[in-house]
Ligand binder design. Sequence first.
Ligand code: HEM
Ligand code: HEM
Length: 194
Amino acid sequence: MRAPAHFNGLARLLHWTMSALILAMLFIGIAMVGSMSLRSTLIALHIPLGVAIFVLACVRLINRLRHSPPPLPSDLPRWQVLSAHASHWLLYALMLAMPLIGWGMLSAGGYPIALWAGFTLPAIAPHDPLVYSVLRTADTWLALLLFATILTHIAAAQFHAWVRRDGVYSAMARGAPRGTRSAPAAPTSSLGND
Ligand code: HEM
Ligand code: HEM
């Protein structure tokens, strides 16, 4: 069967919706930590958005494992292919880990995890100051790692769009016409071909 020239509709819809949500969450998180007056409003936004990202990331991961992505151009240097695979899986790991760490952090601190007024989520970690402090530190460092990975990812996407013009960008942006990517190699597995 011929390899697809673009990501399927659900993958593209989730990619762009979640990009906006995740970027918003990074800025909401920083503002939340930095402002006393906006804190309660922002946290009331941060928790449901973060949980939504977790649910959408699970749907996206299942879709990604069920549908082979378009193969990368066969003339792409090996280090770029490896970097693309590694960074995409790192992004998936962080999209799943950040909400769980936030949720675990509030649980360990003994705070209510209000999804909306009158509905709170159960604790997923023991009420323990040490666990809280480990998760709080992890949250800061992983947020920085997520931000740095996203910036590199956007830079790589621009490189494909404007310098190489090899169909990688349009495969995610709106669905490339078939055959835009140069001589794609046959996909190997659903896990190794992003
Ligand atoms: C993809 C999802 C998420 C992203 C990108 C994200 C991002 C962030 C960022 C950037 C910070 C500021 C970190 C710092 O400056 O040290 C933060 C703090 C925090 N986040 Fe999230 N977060 C996510 C999900 C969640 C979820 C689901 C919850 C709760 C259920 C949550 C609860 C918190 C809490 C409690 C803080 C610390 C507030 C404080 O100590 O002042 N986060 N988050
Ligand atoms: C929070 C921001 C973002 C995250 C977390 C993210 C995550 C991902 C992930 C995990 C993939 C692998 C394909 C998949 O399974 O969905 C991907 C692919 C892609 N992303 Fe993003 N992305 C973000 C923002 C952006 C932005 C702003 C652009 C464009 C400027 C972009 C362009 C692309 C392109 C072109 C691909 C296809 C790469 C390929 O064919 O191998 N992404 N993205």
